[in-house]
Design a protein around this ligand. Structure first.
Ligand code: ADP
Ligand code: MG
Length: 556
């Protein structure tokens, strides 16, 4: 395997490359962010592996990323001292698409193409499509890599992004990877010193490894060499009192992979420096826009660091499922680096961090609900359905979660809390009334509301499937029972100014029973109606009709 070999890309890679190389784009500078982020990942991996694996090559190597712009050759080089790749790894990593974000991007772009639209390459920034984005600016890419693994040989990979790539022996004496981009004639701007600095500042300022810049001008003279162009400090380690909203919003972009549309800024953040029982720092955000993977199994979670080294890209053990919309970083001094990631998942420190974070995030939400009700309305609109899961799954924080609930009601569009509901109850109202159903429109026009309307009682509208579970776990609030207005024998005080003729009603009931004998269980006189003549009610002991509907849907 020491020869040069030519290979074809897997079909999906070819499709992606065609798309990347043949489309118009306005945001192609993100290629640099992707390559820097790969270099940074490779450095993290090297640091992580070096802690336990004493056979690892060049354990003393300084972690750094070097960007060199050569105007004479028209080549932009990104070099790192990370783990590198073996020949097999390079063929696998750069010849196939493993990353799900890339596949999703491709699917979306293809769908746009199929429907006659021009694929929107700006989307590329949202998906983190990685290495291949470099073909937006390069007509040939050369990768030279030496793996940190014991006994690995240096390897060289090259492609013009045209469907094939070649792999053969390379030249490199220390571990790491060099990526040379032969820039397209219309992409020479990416050799410009200020352009590069600007892009790094915009997208990669918080990469924790130093990024050094070298520029050689078109006469072969060195313009700058070794200048560090990023901050390279862990943003979250800085004291909260030194930071303003603008700083937090800036770092949020980094957390979200560099792409945040105006208007999608975070709805809240939590910056916590904890010392006991476990030392850790957390910087968490409530995203302004619900993450696309909120209801997916393989969604992203918080990033976990141990002493500034990434130990897990996505750790779902740091917050309960009902807070999975929260994004950010957690960094602890008390986590072992030298255990497997599986063991880390079970580590006691994580349990303790999770306990504290859960409490603090709930506090954060309570605080926003109190001080910025409009922001909280947005949070509730985005994540209410997720938060409600907690009512069912987390009995420890039941009381906090109940206070976070908001429902629209028969009193208008504004969502109310249970506290507000109880506060507004008229004298003599015995219970908290609610109605569940399949949509807001359906519950809002239900005849079941009439009894409460007539008495001036507010009814909470519950149109989310999960609300059926919420009310099961929430039988009462502050001593007031929650009662469904669709339940059979609705116990509600007499409506005094309602006149009726008992004889006529008894006759109507008998006739209805006769006609509906095999359709309903019983026909009863009710105090609940005012305008309507009759309505269907749920059996008191049985499932609500809405619940039956949901279960039926789930079974299909
Ligand atoms: P992603 O980073 O999302 O996995 P990329 O397309 O950016 O996707 O990179 C594909 C893979 O190639 C990476 O997962 C990594 O294994 C490998 N890779 C890319 N760049 C480097 C590098 N500089 N050093 C080591 N491995 C790299
Ligand atoms: Mg990548």
């Amino acid at each position: 395997t020491s020869r040069e070999e030519k290979h074809e890309f897997k079909a999906e890679v070819s499709a992606l490359l065609r798309l990347v190389t043949n489309s118009l784009y306005t945001n192609r500078e993100i290629f640099l962010r992707e390559l820097v982020s790969n270099a940074s990942d490779a450095l993290d991996k090297a640091r992580f592996q070096g802690l336990t694996d004493t056979s690892l090559r060049d354990r003393q190597e300084k972690p750094q990323i070097k960007i060199s712009a050569d105007h004479v050759r028209g080549v932009l080089t990104i070099e790192d001292t990370g783990v590198g790749m073996t020949r097999d790894e390079i063929a696998l990593n750069l010849g196939t698409i493993a990353h799900s974000g890339t596949l999703k991007f491709l699917e979306k772009a293809r769908a746009q193409q199929d429907s006659g639209q021009k694929p929107d390459l700006n989307l590329i920034g949202q998906f983190g499509v990685g290495f291949y984005s470099a073909f937006m600016v390069a007509d040939r890419i050369e990768v030279t890599s030496l793996s940190a693994a014991e006994g690995a040989e240096p390897v060289h990979w090259t492609s013009a992004g045209d469907g094939t790539y070649s792999v053969g022996p390379g030249e490199r004496t220390t571990r790491g990877t060099t990526i040379e981009l032969h820039l397209k004639p219309d992409a020479k701007e990416f050799l410009d010193r200020w352009k590069i600095e600007g892009i790094i500042k915009r997208y990669s300022n918080y990469v924790v490894h130093p990024i050094l810049l070298k520029v050689v001008d078109d006469k072969g003279a060195t313009e700058v060499d070794g200048k560090q162009v990023n901050d390279a400090t862990a943003f979250w380690m800085r004291p909260a009192r030194e930071l303003g909203d603008a700083d937090y919003n800036e770092f949020y972009k980094h957390v979200m992979g560099g792409f945040v549309l105006p208007g999608d800024e975070p709805l809240g953040h939590l910056h916590l420096h904890a010392d006991a029982p476990i030392q850790f720092v957390a910087l968490l955000y409530v995203p302004g826009k619900p993450p696309a993977d909120l209801f997916q199994e393989d969604r992203k979670a918080l990033q976990l660091f141990a002493r500034r080294v990434v130990v897990m890209e996505s750790c779902d053990k740091l917050l309960p499922g009902y807070l999975r919309f929260v994004r950010g970083v957690v960094d602890s001094e008390d986590l072992p680096l030298n255990v497997s990631r599986e063991m880390l998942q079970e580590h006691n420190a994580l349990t303790s961090i999770r306990r504290q974070l859960t409490r603090k995030v709930l506090k954060l939400l309570e605080g926003i609900a109190k001080d910025k009700p409009e922001t909280y309305e947005q949070i509730w609109a985005n994540y209410g359905a997720v938060l409600k899961e907690g009512i069912h799954t987390d009995s420890t924080h039941h009381d906090d979660l109940v206070e976070l609930l908001r429902y629209r009601s028969s009193d208008g569009d504004k969502p109310v809390s249970l506290a507000q509901y109880v506060e507004a109850m008229p004298e003599g109202q015995p219970a908290i009334y609610y109605i569940t159903g399949e949509s807001m429109a359906a519950v809002a026009r239900s005849p079941h509301l009439e009894a409460c309307r007539a008495r001036g009682y507010q009814v909470l509208f519950m149109a989310d499937p999960i609300d059926e579970w919420v009310v099961q776990d929430l039988s009462e609030y502050k001593g007031k029972q929650l009662v469904s207005v669709t339940q059979g024998d609705l116990d509600i005080p007499e409506d005094k100014d309602h006149q009726h003729d008992p004889g006529a009603i008894a006759a109507a009931v008998d006739k209805s029973k006769e006609l509906l004998t095999d359709k309903v269980k019983d026909v009863r006189v009710s105090k609940r109606l005012r305008e309507s003549a009759a309505c269907l009610v749920d059996d008191s002991g049985g499932l609500s009709r809405n619940m039956e509907r949901i279960l039926k849907m789930a079974r299909q």
